[in-house]
Design a protein around this ligand. Structure first.
Ligand SMILES: Cc1cc2nc3c(=O)[nH]c(=O)nc-3n(C[C@H](O)[C@H](O)[C@H](O)COP(=O)(O)OP(=O)(O)OC[C@H]3O[C@@H](n4cnc5c(N)ncnc54)[C@H](O)[C@@H]3O)c2cc1C
Length: 439
């Protein structure tokens, strides 16, 4: 049987559930990746997501070549391209790993319908989540979800499958990956290389997670989000590595469960793509001032921690979780910008951008999402004092403040710096009126 294997966010051979199933079923497997024209990043920068993706595909191609195969790359609409390939190659089945995101699921449904129309097999596999969302009853709050998730985990096959021995792929007269990529604007990513993933997984000290995870000035978190997003390592590999040093209820495993919680919410409450989870928080009176949006995008809000975090995001394509929390609170509560504006801003730059996780976190940070908590707002100055006490993070991403003492930075005595776009104290009163009058 001739199988077309459709790679998406699973750019690896090891423990790739769909690919390994395809190789078990048939020796003749044609690996294909389609650059979806709708999903490409609009903006270019030193941490270009397109450039990183191309590097991942090159690495995958190289690994496939060692197995006697190669990766065929296309650019356009997946369902149209697959339609052509299925007919030209007389493919009998399309195998892939299941998409659980809004956009991914929509595309996948079209491809499934196409296969049905053409009378060929379509098979998808759960690869990206430890527990598929449909296996857990709907929960709106994280803690009860976590209890169910923990129990469900016991019933899942969490073993790490070895990569396939060999793949037999026919030689086809199709353009190379490089030729396909010529159609897409991209810069080489200067900060992230795909081979970081396996190295980081091996070397990261999971035992130090609890102590280091909130400190902005140390390399305390795993930084595996990019690897997970592109499927450079499997989620089961991450869990297995963590479990060598940590118990199941450790904070790190809870963070992996947070990722699955947002997929759970997406599955059971699919209308949250654009709409607030909490009904009482719909239609808030956002200010959405153009000058605030510009100050945010140009990292000149006058709050050093916020501006440093934005420079980290725009420069490196990644932002520390503590900084993401503080920025999201500042955007939605101090500036009263609609959470969708923040979501789009992160989408533009994050290498680990994941529409389900990003939307869930932005709604949660804006206090409009699932897992509702009592209303709270971060003070960006106190957060800096706590989590960047020596201003190492701030000075790294705002070198113009290097000569100032940390005391000056923490007390906003910044003679030649931008004045704050908003007074935090006044903002705390204003936001309560906007939010709590509706509660
Ligand atoms: C406003 C906002 C937007 C975010 N957008 C994204 C996004 O688009 N993509 C993304 O992967 N993460 C997002 N996060 C979650 C989190 O910030 C990142 O996953 C984390 O910073 C990645 O760094 P790490 O791999 O070192 O994480 P670690 O702290 O080492 O955590 C390990 C893994 O757990 C998962 N994880 C950790 N925190 C969360 C969380 N709050 N929600 C879901 N999963 C989590 C990630 O897969 C992460 O790689 C967002 C958080 C906020 C507050």
């Amino acid at each position: 049987m001739r199988i077309l294997y459709w790679f998406k966010r699973d750019l690896r051979l090891k423990d790739n559930r769909g690919l390994i199933e395809a190789c078990k079923k048939s020796q003749e497997v044609i690996p294909v990746f389609i650059l979806d024209q709708e999903l490409l990043q609009e903006l270019e920068g030193p941490a270009s997501r397109n450039g990183f993706l191309l590097d991942c595909l090159r690495q995958l191609n190289h690994r496939l070549e060692k197995k006697g195969s190669r990766l065929y790359g296309f650019y356009g609409q997946p369902e149209r391209i697959l339609d052509r390939l299925i007919s030209e190659l007389k493919v009998e089945a399309v195998y892939t790993n299941r998409s659980y995101s809004w956009q991914g699921e929509r595309t996948q449904k079209k491809v499934e319908a196409l296969c049905q129309k053409k009378g060929i097999i379509f098979k998808d596999f759960n690869d990206s989540l430890l527990v598929p969302p449909e296996k857990i009853q709907a929960r709106k709050v994280y803690s009860p979800f976590f209890r169910l998730w923990r129990m469900a985990l016991a019933g899942e096959d969490l073993s790490v499958w070895p990569e396939p021995d060999r793949l037999q792929t026919p030689e086809l007269n199709w353009p190379s990956l490089a030729e396909t990529f010529r159609l897409v604007s991209h810069q080489t990513n200067r900060y992230w290389k795909p081979d970081y993933a396996e190295r980081r997984l091996k070397q990261y000290d999971f035992k130090g997670y609890d102590e280091g995870r909130n400190q902005l000035d140390v390399d305390g978190t795993s930084r595996l989000s990019v690897a997970i997003r592109f499927g450079l390592v499997s989620i089961r590999q991450v869990l297995a590595r963590a479990r060598k040093s940590l118990v199941m209820d450790s904070q790190f495993v809870k963070e992996l469960a947070w990722r699955e919680f947002w997929y759970h919410i997406r599955h059971h409450f699919p209308w949250t793509e654009n709409l607030e989870f909490q009904e009482k928080r719909r239609g808030l009176k956002w200010l959405n001032r153009e000058e605030d949006i510009r100050a945010l995008e140009e990292a000149r809000t006058g709050y050093p921690l916020i501006d440093a975090a934005i420079n980290q995001l725009k420069g490196e394509g990644w932002m520390h979780n503590r900084a993401r929390l503080v920025v999201a609170s500042f955007v939605t509560k101090d500036l009263l910008l609609d959470w969708r504006i923040g979501e789009k801003f992160f989408k533009k730059y994050l290498l680990d951008y994941d529409e389900v996780v990003n939307t869930g976190n932005w709604q949660w940070s804006a206090s409009v999402g699932a897992d509702p908590r009592p209303f709270r707002m971060f003070n960006p100055v106190i957060q800096a004092q706590k989590f960047d006490p020596d201003c190492r993070y701030i000075k790294k991403y705002l070198p113009e403040l290097k000569k100032l003492s940390c005391r000056q930075i923490h007390s906003l005595e910044l003679p030649e710096y931008y004045p704050p776009v908003v007074d935090h104290r006044a903002a705390t009163i204003r936001v309560r009126q906007v939010y709590l009058n509706r509660a």
